[in-house]
Structures are given as structure tokens and as C-alpha cells.
Write a protein that binds this ligand. Structure first.
Ligand SMILES: [Fe+2]
Length: 314
């Protein structure tokens, strides 16, 4: 398989590559006790209250996930026994995950710089938040905490093909940085890793962590009338704007993880980046003539003002 077009085969990922000059990324200040890999030397010692928050979040999700979550995700939860109680201990979880697909999970204090994030993924390390939300922020937090990162993302890393896709995504980061097209590559992550849907024999299921780690979007993404559901086309998704703090107006659907992997690694990304505008071409609710539409949404939820207006997520 030709994988030369997405990532750079000549790039040495054993050491942290330098951030290319003139690349626009979020300015993040590294806490003084961390090295340039941004990994926390020890995992947080969670209190019994913290473990209780994890357990309650877990229980809440398990009420809505059966029949709506991808079978690969539910299988991953089982394989890693993430419901054994409390925030998982990363050492043990990493050992089990490593035995399955060669991935490990490392604690980080917060969102980390793009090039460091890509570097970890390229080395099959998944950076996960070293903190958990409180009862006050139980329903919604903007910063990804350990529940979002571990419950939402880690089960999918037990799937061998998805695990390879995540590594290729990390390897792809440098090319996007050199073309200053991180926004486009970020949209691909958003519409697959965070908010992706997959076709299964008995209907559409969610495999994206942003959907699976909250109770409302699981139902909205798979069943509501409002959102568009469109078969994934990598070029199209990378040109599409997205919503950060509300439910998505559009979800992209894959046939299989093999299809996702193939579509991504076989695309000529040099050519794509050269043709992409610096900003997004398509609005997040757009349906365009080349789309293979699974169903066109009414957009009722967003037309009624979305979260800001307390609209019903129908
Ligand atoms: Fe995430």
C-alpha cells in the first residue's frame, strides 16, 4: 500500500521533530515541571470523590451506548475492562492496550501543542488529560479530561485498523504544518476521531469520542432528524467548518475502518494542501452536489438557536 502521500516516510519520529518556522499554532505555555514531551511524571492520585465522578459518568454513558455505539468501541471497553470501577490506572491500562495493538496512554496536564500531540500519536502514545471534571462541570467541560480521553478514545485504540489510522494521522502532522494547513487536518480529526459515525449491519453507530463521552450527542448523532449524515469523503471533510461547543450540524459516515484508513493514506495530500484555501470552504450545515447523503437533516435544532437557546436536540 502506498503510504507516502499522507505522512513523510523520511521523518524520524524517534525524537521530537522541530516545529517548522512560521506555522500558526495555539501558543501554549509548558508548565515548568514538564519536559518537552509534555508528559506528566506521575498520574494524579485521584480521590474517592474523583473515582465516584468517573463511575457515575460511566454509568450514565452505559445507559445510552448499547445499540448506538460502534461494536469496536463496545468491544474495546470490555477488552480493557474500563468499567471495573474508578479512574483507570494508566500503567496497567497501557500494558493491556500495548499487548493488543502496541499503543500506550500517557498523562498530560491539558491540551498540548499540535506538533507534540502528532509526535505522540506517531509513536502510538495517546496523551490523556491528567484530571477529572467535578460535579459542577459534570455535564459539560470544554477541556478534555480523563473521562473524555480514556473512556471516549482509548477503547477504539484496541481496534487494529483504527489504531493504525491514528498513528498515520500523527505522522501526517508535519506535512500539514509545512503547508500551514493544520486547520484542515484538524477538521479530519474532528469529523472522524471525535465525531465519526460508521455503518453497521443494523444501522448507524458512533465511533467518535466526542459523541461517545457525552449522553446527549450519542442519541442526537445516531437518531435525531436535525443533522446531516453524509458518507465521508476526506477532501470534503477537510474543507468543512465545524462547531466546537455545541452538537454537530453534520456527521460523516464511514463504511468500515479499512475504508477510513485507505481513503486517508491513499490521498495525495501534497496536492490537496496546495489546493486548499487557508479557511474552510463549506459551512458546517452545507450539503453539496458531490455529497453521498445518507440523510439530509432538517437542521431544526440549530435553526432554533442550539445550546445557547436551550433548543431541544431533535
Ligand atoms: Fe478528544
Amino acid at each position: 500500500m502506498n503510504m507516502a502521500t499522507l505522512s513523510e516516510p523520511e521523518t524520524d519520529f524517534s525524537r521530537l521533530p522541530e516545529l517548522p518556522r512560521d506555522v500558526f499554532t495555539a501558543p501554549l505555555q509548558r508548565p515548568g515541571h514538564l519536559k518537552e514531551d509534555w508528559i506528566e511524571p506521575i498520574q494524579t492520585q485521584y480521590s474517592s470523590e474523583d473515582h465516584g465522578v468517573w463511575n457515575d459518568l460511566f454509568k450514565r454513558q452505559m445507559k445510552v451506548l448499547p445499540g448506538r455505539a460502534a461494536s469496536a468501541f463496545l468491544a474495546g471497553l470490555e477488552k480493557l475492562d474500563l468499567g471495573r470501577g474508578g479512574v483507570p490506572e494508566f500503567g496497567k491500562m497501557s500494558e493491556e492496550l500495548d499487548a493488543l495493538t502496541g499503543w500506550t496512554v500517557v498523562p498530560v496536564p491539558m491540551l498540548i501543542p499540535d506538533h507534540v500531540f502528532f509526535w505522540h500519536l506517531a509513536n502510538r502514545r495517546f496523551p490523556a488529560g491528567n484530571f477529572i471534571r467535578t460535579r459542577e462541570t459534570f455535564d459539560y467541560i470544554q477541556e478534555p479530561d480523563v473521562f473524555h480521553d480514556v473512556f471516549g478514545h482509548v477503547p477504539m485504540l484496541t481496534d487494529p485498523v483504527f489504531a493504525d489510522y491514528m498513528q498515520e494521522y500523527g505522522r501526517a502532522g508535519w506535512k500539514a504544518m509545512r503547508y500551514n494547513r493544520l486547520k484542515a487536518l484538524g477538521a479530519l480529526y474532528w469529523y472522524t476521531v471525535e465525531f465519526g459515525l460508521i455503518e453497521e449491519a443494523d444501522g448507524l453507530k458512533a465511533y467518535g469520542a466526542g459523541i461517545l463521552s457525552g449522553p446527549t450527542e450519542v442519541v442526537f448523532a445516531t437518531e435525531a432528524k436535525s443533522p446531516n449524515r453524509i458518507m465521508l469523503n476526506v477532501d470534503r471533510a477537510m474543507r468543512t467548518d465545524y462547531v466546537i461547543s455545541d452538537l454537530q450540524p453534520t456527521y460523516f459516515v464511514i463504511e468500515s475502518f479499512e475504508d477510513l484508513y485507505r481513503q486517508t493514506v491513499e490521498r495525495d495530500f501534497d496536492r490537496l494542501y496546495r489546493s486548499l484555501a487557508a479557511s474552510f470552504t463549506y459551512a458546517n450545515s452545507a450539503v453539496i452536489d458531490v455529497d453521498n447523503v445518507v440523510n439530509r437533516g432538517t437542521q431544526e435544532y440549530h435553526l432554533r438557536g442550539g445550546r445557547g437557546s436551550n433548543a431541544t436536540p431533535v
